[in-house]
Design a protein. Structure first.
Length: 138
């Protein structure tokens, strides 16, 4: 939801600065849909002006975590895209889901966004990306 006059985007769970994004496969969610939504937010958000003038750009309110700006969303989108590409490459190499999990496609991001416990773990995210890509192939 974009509040143009206030220059605020309520992104909901498309962005979660505390963990990897949740992809709800049961309701038609896909990794491509996640990336498309993040791209759209980056497109419509106004970037912050350099600190000299101290003018702020669009504020992006995530479903969980801290308030973001356009650059934060682009960084989050890039992380999701990199992990998607890693998993896609491992699928093309013929690896199984367990082998892909063992290859740690989230390396470099696990400390910041990963979790071994709770309602959405790193393994859940990797599995959702894998299933989304496999479904897309067929």
């Amino acid at each position: 939801m974009f509040f143009r006059r206030s220059d605020v985007i309520a992104a909901g769970d498309v962005i979660d600065t505390t963990r990897f994004p949740r992809i709800d496969l049961a309701r038609g969610g896909t990794i491509q849909g996640e990336i498309a939504a993040l791209n759209r937010i980056v497109e419509i958000a106004i970037p912050s002006v350099p600190i000299v003038s101290r003018e702020e750009g669009t504020l992006v309110i995530p479903g969980h975590g801290r308030v973001c700006d356009q650059l934060d969303v682009a960084e989050y989108r890039d992380m999701v895209t990199i992990i998607r590409d890693r998993i896609r490459d491992l699928i093309k190499a013929g690896l199984t889901l367990d082998q892909i999990k063992a290859a740690s496609p989230t390396r470099g991001y696990t400390r910041r966004y990963g979790s071994d416990t709770g309602p959405w773990t790193t393994n859940d995210f990797v599995e959702a990306v894998y299933q989304s890509l496999i479904k897309q192939k067929s």
